[in-house]
Design a protein. Structure first.
Length: 494
């Protein structure tokens, strides 16, 4: 246990520096020869990398909340104009690609390379998490390195695999990981406190694997060519019997209100150890669209998602349009007069880094049931998902909210059930997984009235990211042509 605490302490230091090299931190410099340390030290390092990939400043969560017009920029800052102008080029959020391959996936690959029956559960966990992260990369970039990736010195210039082929193989990998857990013999070590996601509960890992499968399958549900395949795989999930996650899935190695040890999202947008609001937290505020949408829905979650102004100049929450160049002369859109990120998403330095929320899992099940991809009551699952969101945010009882006769709130009042599901998912993921909301918008077009930034020169937001400079300079022989980021959709959206 002392060794685990030591490696996590070293990792906390790296979070403060947040260098993409972090080579001094790696518990295995060469994933093909993982001989220096054991699985119990490798796993928590990889899991904290997973948290960073989502929640550190300008990673997937920031990107999605900006592209989905959830967040805007307070007066006095000029930090988000690349996002507002949709400047999606080879440097735009390139850290998502680079950090995922260079840190997060590298660590899980080191874990997956462990041999011996005693490591079966750790290898299964690594394969589940690799699938989780690879789906994110496919959803953002399309074709990416996969079958030749993560070999380090053996192949520093991996080829690119077809996105749909990767998706299919992720289902196979997740199925095999569940089987590996089921078939682990008595010599297999069951993780304990070193598993900072599930505490070694291998049933929870199987449920998480099934939930990642569900996300992958529902993402393809609009493809006529995949219907038989999806039905077969959904039946396999149901027959496997473990079910889906029943709680929020989160990473927490023991975050503290100490320098370099805060939860990554709080460290980026919350208070410093000294109690001062981070500049990011001052710069980042609610958009006018999200505030008005929540007000129109009579949604009490607004108080948990966004603060009331510290020094109000008007009644209620205040959001700002994206892409404002000329702020009001009366300074009424400065941070103290607008709605910043709220206590439901920014609660404490010790808060969990949530990897997958229960509400998202339930919304996925609701959509699958509505599309007849699985058995279940779509309305009940939809309302359970909203309830899970209220619980996550600390917003009280949800029943009065979802009983309203408002389109895209009340089930019976909603003419398009899929639109209602995706719209409510967008609200639930606001602030915690904006990336997933952006991907779901690319798939479905919902919410259907999300505006574009005032600085946009295109009629809609980007549908993908450009390949990063690191690949342009070091892997040009395998790199596909840079796609049209506004029109070349990921395969499941075509």
């Amino acid at each position: 246990m002392k060794r685990i605490k030591n490696i996590i302490t070293v990792l906390f230091v790296s979070i403060g520096l947040f260098s993409c090299s972090d080579s001094y931190l790696d518990v295995n410099e060469d994933p093909n020869n993982p001989t220096e340390v054991g699985a119990e030290l490798m796993l928590p390092v990889a899991q904290v990398y997973s948290a960073n990939t989502q929640f550190a400043n300008r990673y997937t969560n920031t990107l999605g909340n900006m592209l989905m017009y959830n967040w805007s920029q307070s007066d006095g800052f000029s930090w988000y104009y690349d996002e507002f102008e949709y400047q999606v080029n080879a440097t735009f959020y390139d850290r998502i690609f680079d950090y995922s391959y260079g840190n997060t996936l590298k660590q899980y690959q080191a874990l997956a390379n462990l041999e011996g029956a005693e490591n079966a559960n750790y290898v299964a966990i690594a394969e589940i998490m690799k699938a989780f992260h690879m789906q994110i990369l496919v959803d953002a970039y399309g074709d990416v390195p996969y079958s030749e990736a993560l070999q380090r010195g053996d192949n520093p210039t991996p080829g690119y695999d077809d996105a749909e082929t990767i998706y299919d193989d992720l289902i196979v990998k997740l199925t095999n990981a569940i089987a590996m857990i089921n078939n682990a013999d008595e010599t297999a070590v069951i993780p304990g406190e070193d598993d900072i996601m599930f505490g070694g509960n291998m049933t929870s890992w199987k449920q998480f694997a099934n939930t990642v499968k569900l996300r992958i399958l529902v993402r393809q549900s609009g493809m006529a060519s995949k219907q038989a395949y999806i039905t077969t795989e959904m039946n396999a999930i149901m027959n496997e019997g473990s079910g889906f996650i029943t709680n929020n899935v989160a990473v927490n190695p023991g975050y503290l209100n100490e320098e370099g040890k805060q939860s990554p999202f709080y460290a980026a947008y919350g208070l410093t150890v000294a109690g001062e609001t981070q500049n990011n937290g001052q710069a980042t505020c609610a958009s006018d669209y999200v505030v008005q949408k929540l007000i129109n829905f009579n949604d009490p979650r607004i108080d948990r998602l966004y603060t009331l102004p510290v020094e109000p100049l008007t009644i209620g929450h205040v959001g700002i349009p994206q892409g404002v160049l000329n702020y009001p002369a009366d300074d009424s859109w400065e941070p103290e007069h607008v709605s910043l990120l709220g206590p439901g998403v920014l609660s404490s330095p010790q808060q969990d880094a949530t990897i997958f929320t229960l509400d998202e899992a339930l919304f996925l099940q609701a959509e699958a049931a509505q599309r007849n991809l699985m058995t279940g009551d779509a309305q009940s699952l939809y309302e359970s998902a909203i309830t899970a969101s209220f619980n996550f945010l600390g917003a009280g009882d949800a029943s009065a909210y979802y009983s309203q006769s408002i389109e895209n709130v009340g089930w019976n009042a909603s003419s398009d059930k899929i639109e209602a599901i995706i719209t409510q998912k967008w609200i639930a993921l606001n602030g915690t997984n904006g990336f997933e909301s952006w991907i779901e918008y690319n798939r479905t077009g919902f919410p259907s009235d999300v505006p574009v930034s005032m600085l946009a020169t295109t009629p809609d937001r980007p549908v993908r990211l450009a390949y990063p400079n690191s690949e342009v300079t070091s892997n040009s022989g395998n790199l596909p042509n840079q796609p049209d980021v506004f029109n070349t959709k990921i395969f499941w959206a075509n």
